[in-house]
Design a protein around this ligand. Structure first.
Ligand SMILES: *Cc1c(COP(=O)(O)O)cnc(C)c1O
Length: 376
């Protein structure tokens, strides 16, 4: 592959931080670099939140769901269009997902439909334990409405902000500050990376304390190993956290670059039959990946033809997430929607969007797509 969808993009600050960790022999899960990384995210997000560095975003979601008390027989209401890591922890805990469609105006969970179903479920005494909306492709969900609904019905809200660190919502509120907790991911393809890692961000100090406890094998205070519950080995390595400290120095630049990449694609490719992901008034997405839909009737081509043509030229692109209610694993699960997400999957494509992509590389992607579309 010559041009990738989204690659790690080092700034040059990271190696010195990793060297500091080596020099002090903190080549262990915990250490000063991890403390510094947690502090840098806390300072960035503001608002008295607690941050716990973890081995992945999926681990963060697993712990958050456990803190919310999710177990067998419970329902978790969740955006259907998401990545595996944003849903599998529901299975780890033996709970049942109920899937929700997107609002076509924002590509965020359809809050009107959610409100309707919450009212019905409340009347029938079968409310979910937790709602898990996804900040899709870097765009915050409607936190005000979701927090109001969660408060009204007394259900927990855990926001999957794995793709949206650096995004803002109405009034400048940052993605990652929502609900009872939000999860972040520092996987290699995300806005910033620690080579692999994640974070739990929560307003509840007891959730953060409990997460630290569970993420280090649930060791009760005792000189020997004493366990009153089971835990996990989920803490972020101090070495990986050192990479994250360096990456946080350039977070805003990375978001600005991804947004510029999106704007150039839109300026050159938008036409009847090609629609880019909307950004509602007052929202600022990270534009983690540039996503667009291609209507075959209007363009005379389709997303698969474009994807395969790009692949022939060593350019990586990818369909949008396949909605979870369409996955064999979740066949027969409850789904509330009109198929907005199904149509996005059918017509949608993610273009190469890494912040390290050069202008010339992006120019090549654009030229090749224009060749296929016919220049008009
Ligand atoms: C990346 C991602 C995750 C999982 O993060 P990992 O760090 O890879 O475990 C969860 N949800 C969404 C929407 C993601 O994009």
């Amino acid at each position: 592959m010559r041009i990738y969808l989204s690659r790690p993009h080092m700034s040059g600050h990271e190696e010195a931080r990793v060297a500091e960790a080596f020099a002090s022999n903190f080549v262990a899960p915990l250490g000063p670099q991890l403390d510094a990384f947690e502090a840098s995210i806390r300072d960035y997000l503001g608002g008295g939140l607690h941050c716990v560095g973890l081995s992945s975003g999926s681990a963060a979601l697993h712990l958050a769901l456990r803190m919310a008390g999710v177990g067998p027989g419970d329902e978790v209401w969740i955006s259907s269009m998401t990545f595996a890591g944003g849903i599998f922890p529901v299975n780890y805990l033996g709970a049942t997902p109920r899937f929700f469609d997107l609002d076509p105006k924002s590509w965020a969970i359809d809050t009107a439909r959610l409100a309707e179903e919450l009212a019905k479920a409340a009347a029938e005494n079968r409310l979910p334990k937790v709602i898990v909306p996804t900040d899709l492709y870097g765009q915050s969900v409607d936190l005000d409405t979701l927090e109001a609904l969660a408060g009204q019905y007394g259900v927990r809200l855990i926001v999957d902000s794995a793709e949206s660190l650096g995004a803002t919502f109405l009034g400048g509120r940052k993605a990652g500050t929502g609900g009872d907790a939000a999860i972040l991911s520092f996987n290699g393809n995300k806005i910033i990376t620690t080579s692999g890692g994640g974070m739990l961000v929560t307003r509840h100090k007891d959730w953060a304390d409990q997460a630290r406890f569970l993420a280090t094998q649930a060791r009760d205070p005792a000189p020997h190993y004493e366990h009153s519950t089971f835990g996990y080995n989920y803490r972020l390595s101090n070495i990986c956290a050192a990479i994250g400290v360096g990456q946080m120095q350039v977070l805003d630049d990375r978001v600005a670059r991804r947004r510029a990449i999106f704007e150039r694609y839109r300026a050159t490719l938008e036409r009847p039959g090609i629609a880019f992901m909307p950004e509602p008034e007052g929202y600022r997405s990270t534009r983690w990946l540039t996503t667009l839909t291609i209507d075959p009737a209007e363009t005379g081509t389709d997303r698969e033809a474009i994807r395969l043509m790009l692949l022939e030229h060593q350019i990586e692109s990818r369909p949008l997430w396949k909605p979870m209610h369409m996955q064999p694993l979740y066949a027969g699960s409850a789904y509330h929607g009109s198929g907005v997400d199904e149509r996005l999957f059918e017509k949608g494509l993610c273009l190469p969007s890494g912040s390290d992509m050069t202008d010339a590389q992006q120019g090549e992607v654009i030229e090749r797509v224009l060749d296929l579309l016919g220049r008009s």
